[in-house]
Every structure is written in C-alpha cells, then in structure tokens.
Design a protein around this ligand. Structure first.
Ligand code: SAJ
Length: 437
C-alpha cells in the first residue's frame, strides 16, 4: 500500500517523534492534538516536551513543509492514534478483596470518534496507545463501524505498540523491531508498509490482540523483575548484606540478570501497564498484582532507611536530589522520588528538592530549590533519589564545603561509599546494611 498523507492523533512523547520522523521520510503529516496550547507551541516551532534529538528532527520536518498541525483530523491515507491511556482517577475494580486500578480509555475513544467523519474506503487506522487486550477489536472497530465502513473489509485496522525508551526515542523509533498486529492479514501488511517508511528494525506481522498482549507482557516482565530486585534489597537489609554486591555476584551466573533496586518504579508505562492485565483478568494475575504492590511500597522502604540514618525525621532538613522518574530524563510524572519526598514530609521532615532537568517544576507540596547549592546548604542529610549522570560527577570533597550535612542516603547506588566516607560523611544506601558502619 502507498501512503502520501497521514494523520497522527496525540502529539506527546510518542506521537510527536513518530510524526516528525514520518515527515522527514517524505510523508505529508498532519499532527493533531486537542490541546490548543500544544498546537500553538508546535506551530511556533517550539517543543512542549524534552527528548534528545527531537528538536532537530522536528525542525527539519517543519522546514520540509510536510509537517503541519491542527486540533482536528482531516482526510488522509492513514490515521495513527497515539494518545495517553492513564488510570481512572477515582474508580477502582475489586476482586476477592483485591483492589485494582482501571484504564481510562476516554482519550482513545475520542480519538477514534474524531477520525470517524474522515474515514474512507481503503484507509489504514493504527492504534499505538498501550491498551488492555482486545481494545482494537472490541473498542476501536465498533466505533469506526459507525461510519458505515467495516474494519478489515472496507479499511485496514491494526495495533502496533511503541517500544521506545524515553531518552533514546529518536534512535529506537527507527532501529527497534516493530510488531504490527492486524485485525486481518491485509491490515497487518498495510501497517507494515506504512512503518517501513522509516523503520530499519525488523517488522513482524501478527494479529491485533497478540500485538496488544506483547506490549503489556514486555512492560509487565520488567515490572516483575524490578520487583524482585526491590524485594531483594529489603531481604539484604534484614540480613546485614549489601544487595548491590550480592546482585553483582548473582549476575555472574550465566542465566541470571537481576535488575537494580531503587526508589520505586515510575513513569507512565511500567507502573501503569501491568494493571491492564490485572483489570482484564484479576483472578489469574496474582504475581503481576503483587509485583505492583512491592514496587509501589519501595518509596516507603526508602523513607525508613532515611529515618534510620537520621535517627528520626521530625524537623530534619533533607536535600532530595532528583525528582525525575528515572535517570537523565526531565519527566517527573509518576515519579517514585516525588512520593519519597511526600512520605518524608508527612513525618515532619523539611525537604528541599533539586531536579537539574526541571528546576522550575511546579509540583504540589514540594519545595523546589533553585540550585544544588541552595538545596544542600542547610541540610542535615543528602538523599540521592535518581541516578542522573550529573549527580554521579558530584565531588564529595567539594560538597563537604558547601553543606553542613554529614549524612548521605543513596537510594540508587549512584555514589561510591568509600569516597564519601573518606570525606567525612556517614554513608547509607538502600539494601546495604554494611554501609552503616
Ligand atoms: N527501574 C528500576 N530498576 C531497574 C530499571 C528501572 O528501579 O533496574 C525503574 C526506573 O528508575 C523507572 C522505572 O523503573 O522509575 C521504569 O524505567 P525503565 O527504564 O525500565 O522504563 P520506561 O518506563 O522508561 O520505558 C519502558 C520500556 N519498556 C521496557 O524496557 C520493557 C520502553 O521500551 C517502553 O517503550 C516504555 O516503557 C513504554 O512506553 O511502554
């Protein structure tokens, strides 16, 4: 199938890089978002998100004249839906006393409805948003059928998950293998034709529900594996072991690859997607559910380690370093670091947070410092919450001159215990009872 013009609905972390990349590879792209502020920002050539390399691709796309923006779709050869699928705010499901979160599919539903008036015979519609199993066949197809056209007969319909890693999106978009799941073989083939415009990785055809499951399985697999690492950190703490040393040694086994404990699991993917399985089948997802529980409880474990380091939390001044959900990104959504700060404050600690990737962030209930210096100056303890490269470069000797704190708590194994100790600091690290000395 040949494509000249495509419409991408949702210009966030996935939609915008995807749209820009299609445009720099020769397609005419209409980027659609219901948020008028985003559309105005993009029309000015500015960006509302930070992703390395995006600005360059986007500028090239706009200069080519092939990338335009609107709040509404238009007729096109293909439509891609890349809108968020968060949780419902105040509604939960319940099964046998287990309370689980529910997917909020309103943005996906509205995006499909927005396409309706422009859908024509021979079109291709692709859903990219992470969704519960059977969304393409049971939610999208019936909405689009209201046009009088039937998915699989009159137009192609497919699900293709994005798998790009924030911070590496521009490269991974092109290089990663891509799964395309059609509701018919022809739909999968049409989706393959579209992505082959720029994808250099393998493009693998399957059915839509398999593709949906593949996406959820990938992120659930990672969540469960991080949960075991976090649980190991608590076990090591209990048994007076350094979990980082133990993981290092266990990983010498040829078939073992334990991930890293940390402040918890954040972001809008790994901490969200496993719930889509739990919601779809609560009676058979006990492992997935409990892994979520373990990871969600990790900020509380970090708080306890800080309490132990300081003796008590009430009235203590703590400099929290890093608020992003993971290293070297500016995304503060669903951030476990944020949760740790709140837990500390709830117990009377005075926290000043420093996030070098978003110093101006305005987060409810969090006191943001304007510089590293101002965060640490009067602190009783420095708490490392995110392993930003910039923090790894911090020189303990220099820091010792700028803060009255002599206690370090490292929640992410970002610093070298011995160097800090040599410079007069007491050093605590999660999952590492050996550091107490
Ligand atoms: N984390 C740990 N320990 C680890 C690895 C990660 O605590 O060993 C934490 C991070 O600090 C962060 C969270 O887990 O808070 C998630 O970070 P991540 O780097 O594992 O993943 P994301 O959410 O940035 O991106 C994931 C990726 N999925 C997989 O690696 C299976 C990415 O490929 C997906 O495209 C993305 O989710 C998505 O959009 O679904």
């Amino acid at each position: 199938m040949n494509f000249n013009k495509i419409c991408i609905i949702g210009l966030g972390y996935i939609g915008l890089p995807t749209a820009s990349t299609f445009a720099t590879h020769g397609l005419h792209v209409l980027g659609v978002d219901i948020n008028t502020h985003i559309i105005e920002t993009l029309r000015k050539g500015d960006l509302h998100i930070h992703e390395p390399g995006l600005r360059e691709t986007m500028t090239q796309a706009i200069q080519s004249g092939r990338f335009t923006f609107s709040t509404k779709p238009e007729e096109a050869d293909a439509f891609i839906i890349a809108v968020p699928t968060p949780f419902q705010e105040n509604k939960f499901g319940e099964y046998n006393g287990v309370r689980y979160k529910l997917a909020d599919m309103r943005a996906v539903t509205s995006a499909a409805e927005a396409i309706l008036p422009f859908l024509k015979k021979g079109n291709l519609v692709i859903l990219e948003s992470t969704s519960p199993p059977r969304t393409t066949t049971d939610l999208i197809a019936p909405i689009l059928a209201r046009s009088g056209l039937e998915a699989g007969r009159d137009f192609h319909l497919a699900y293709s998950p994005e798998r790009v890693l924030p911070g590496q999106i521009m490269r991974e978009l092109v290089e990663n293998a891509r799964v395309v799941g059609g509701i018919t073989l022809e739909s999968a083939k049409a989706a393959r034709d579209l992505y082959s415009t720029f994808v250099k990785g393998e493009i693998i055809e399957t059915d839509a529900t398999t593709a949906e499951m593949v996406k959820l399985m990938e992120n659930t697999y990672r969540d469960v594996n991080i949960a075991i690492a976090n649980e190991f950190s608590r076990l090591a703490d209990k048994f007076g072991v350094d979990v980082w040393e133990a993981i290092n040694l266990a990983n010498r086994h040829p078939r073992v690859k334990i991930l890293s404990p940390g402040a918890g699991v954040g972001g809008h993917c790994i901490s969200v997607d496993p719930w889509f399985f739990v919601e779809a089948a609560p009676e058979i997802t006990s492992l997935i559910y409990h892994s979520r529980q373990v990871n969600d409880a990790q900020p509380s474990f970090v708080k306890e380690v800080v309490r132990r380091a300081l003796g008590s939390l009430n009235g203590k001044k703590i400099a929290a370093l890093g608020l992003a959900y993971k290293p070297d990104v500016d995304d503060l959504r669903e951030s476990p670091a944020n949760e740790v700060v709140h837990l500390l404050q709830n117990e009377g600690a005075e926290v000043k947070a420093w996030e070098p990737f978003k110093p101006e962030a305005n987060l409810a209930g969090i006191n943001m410092a304007s510089s590293l210096e101002s965060a640490i100056q009067d602190a009783d303890a420095l708490l490392l919450l995110v392993k930003h490269t910039e923090f790894a470069k911090i020189n303990p000797q220099e820091i010792a001159k700028k803060t009255k704190a002599r206690i370090i708590v490292d929640a992410v194994n970002g610093w070298d215990r011995e160097v800090w100790k040599k410079n007069g600091f007491q050093f605590f690290r999660i999952g590492d009872n050996k550091s107490k000395s």
